[in-house]
Design a protein around this ligand. Structure first.
Ligand code: NAD
Ligand code: ZN
Length: 347
């Protein structure tokens, strides 16, 4: 392998699959840092790109290195970068913002209207080296496990959603026990929710949720209705907080119906535009529905690491680890639905 090249997973052609290729190591421009990727995690978005679905066809310009969940070591500092040192172990925010739009100027960086996605709109982290703006870098707090740090993007989604509303002492319904839904369940327990219910249709995911949040009511809604579940949970007035993490219109509609008056829903799952819900319940029940996108920059990152340093344990959510050369196995197991987070080792 030539000195200035690296291995990367490239969406090389406009069709399903990815190609492991030898490509040039990216240059580090002023204001950027070069990171030697140690581990990366596969996100549902990567699976969409792998499968070349309708959204990917509209969004991805080939050739493109994909991937946006990573942990690595800083190996080069671009001009003007003084806040980091060579050897720093870092993860990073995959949303690059414009710094000039209304929300950016107001400090609401996660609401930037011109967001550019690492591994979506520019080269990503499924590679031996990644270059991103220094402002997107987050240095790991001491003691944080590298496998967990490789999943920070997804864990950050869970933290952002779970912390949107005050759920201490409240009854919480989580729809969807994918990696993000289960991590949200662990967070709810960590921060003192009252009763937690988690739903999914997939037996593997239900089992994973039971293991990860032992005192949660983990159910398949095709086997027990939410009203029946609430009776089992000795609940009479509906859930206080809903975290929608399935993207299923049915799950969202059932969640709306199961909220208590004044209930609050944080909506992370990406729903189809035709999703139908009971609007009477929203209006007369005084519900709040809050969309969630990405992670707050950088309060979500701060709180995520603080919680990990004070006992939050999401290690059970990582179910598979592969060498990057075996990436096909990683995508296969993601595709099967019989996985939590899948981590690729690049070191
Ligand atoms: P995932 O696809 O791994 O998990 C979703 C889970 O929902 C699956 O286990 C599936 O079996 C389950 N499900 C499907 N229908 C259901 C139903 N009717 N009731 C209950 N569960 C049902 O996804 P993930 O990676 O954990 O992400 C969760 C959701 O968040 C996805 O919809 C994803 O697209 C979305 N997402 C949004 C953002 C954002 O910034 N808004 C970021 C990341 C992910
Ligand atoms: Zn902006």
């Amino acid at each position: 392998m030539a000195e200035n090249t690296m291995f990367a997973l490239v969406k090389a052609e406009p069709k399903a699959g990815l190609t492991l290729k030898e490509v040039p190591i990216p240059q580090t421009n002023p204001g950027e840092v070069k990171i030697k990727v140690l581990k990366s995690a596969i996100c549902g978005t990567d699976l969409h790109i792998y499968n070349w679905d309708e959204w990917s066809q509209r969004t991805i310009k080939v050739p493109q290195i994909i991937g946006h969940e990573f942990v690595g070591e800083i190996v080069e500092l671009g001009g003007g970068v003084t806040q980091y040192s060579l050897g720093d172990i870092v993860s990073g925010e995959g949303h690059i913002i414009c710094k000039t739009c209304r929300n950016c100027m107001a400090g609401r960086l996660h609401l930037c209207k011109n967001t550019i996605g690492v591994g979506v709109n520019r080269d990503g982290c499924f590679a031996q080296y990644l270059v991103i703006p220094a402002e997107n870098v987050v240095r790991l707090a001491p003691g944080i496990d590298l496998d967990i740090a490789s999943c920070f993007d997804a864990l950050g989604n869970a933290v952002h959603t779970a912390l949107k509303f005050d759920l201490t002492g409240e009854d919480v319904l989580i729809t969807g026990a994918g990696p993000i839904g289960i991590m949200a369940g662990i967070i709810c327990r960590h921060i003192g929710a009252k009763k937690i219910a988690i739903t999914d249709l997939n037996p593997y995911r239900l089992e994973l949720a039971k293991n990860a949040v032992p005192d949660a009511y983990v159910v398949n809604p095709s086997e027990i209705s939410l009203p029946d579940l609430m009776k089992k949970m000795d609940m009479t007035e509906g859930f206080d907080i809903g975290l929608e993490m399935s993207g299923s219109p049915r799950a969202f509609a059932d969640m709306v119906d199961s909220m208590g008056n004044g209930g609050k829903i944080a909506l992370l799952g990406i729903l189809s535009g035709k999703t139908d819900i009971n609007w009477d319940k929203v209006v007369f029940g005084g519900l709040t529905i809050q969309g969630i996108y990405g992670r707050e920059m950088f309060d979500t990152w701060y709180k995520m690491m603080s919680m990990l340093q004070t006992g939050l344990d999401v290690s059970k959510i990582i179910t598979h680890r592969f060498d990057f050369k075996d990436f096909e196995k990683g995508f296969e197991v993601m595709q099967s639905g019989e996985s939590g987070k899948v981590v690729l080792n690049w070191a």
